[in-house]
Ligand binder design. Sequence first.
Ligand code: MRU
Length: 354
Amino acid sequence: MHTTIPVSLQHDPERLVLLDQTKLPESELFLYLDSRDSIYEAIKKLRVRGAPAIGIAAAYGMYVCLARQSYPSLEAMAHDFSALKHYFASSRPTAVNLFWALQRMQKRFDAELAMEGASQSSMLKALLEESSAIFAEDQAMSIAIGEHGLTLFDKDKHWGVMTHCNAGGLATSGYGTALAPLYLGHEQGYSFSIYANETRPLLQGSRLTAYELAKGGLDVTILCDNMASLVMKEGKIDAVIVGADRIAANGDTANKIGTSGLAILAKYYGIPFYVAAPSSTFDLDTKHGNDIEIEQRDGEEVVNGFGRRTGPIDVNVYNPAFDVTDAALITAIITEKGIIERPTTEKVAKHLLG
Ligand code: MRU
């Protein structure tokens, strides 16, 4: 697999270390961040991106910002914690892992605050533990998703697999979600030809997915987004597998713009459509996909991306970053706990809550 971990923590001094994904595939440039504005900017501008990685960055970011400050009291620290949490939460609206990670940090903060003899240093120790646990759990989650996902593939057959956006190692702290079964399978002698849709407008598919798969020695072919139908019709695709930014209680799944179109095409061509995501990507408070907030991004990303103007200056541009795939189009959702076939509200609840 690719070996670069996109988000980590450095000590003495405490800094959030991010691989600047806006610079890929040309260079692997690391950022060492210790201010709230630089961490917010990195999430907003997709220097770190992908639902699990955003959550880890926010959790480590909380710890770093609080560790670099000295407070007159724990109450003052609590006040700043709350302000910081709201600030980071306002960076991107769709990936629920961001809110999930911040909520975990909040719970840990509250628990420590209630402890007798709590101090600023005990609080920092607790926050370090919690953010490190989020990171470590994410690594374990990738492997478990990979193992469950691999059961959907057959070792004796050569598989053409399409993926969209980047749900690989660069979007997590480990093997990724959608790419995890492919990495594990590759290590175990399974045979894949992977088709990475380039993923307009920010090209996470060609810049990131193709980059990390090629680096890991897997066979990958880049497609323009509008080639998916042809390639499916040509019989080159046996399965589509994507990640998720938020999965509603009924299984409706928000993922990178263009995903729902692929699911519709896959159904037409009789190709299984899989979503791979950890349980932290489910949002049981959101009953239906229509209730998921879709991030709207600057139109300049569409008409002035990567240093070249490709549309007139004064024209309207629509740039939603995500769309929602109806649960009815999803063959199965793969999580670290197993597989939800043909997801429904009941199956999702049973899978997550037991
Ligand atoms: O805008 P991005 O690059 O953060 O979008 C990422 C995706 O849509 C991924 O598919 C999703 O977060 C899953 S990452 C394991």
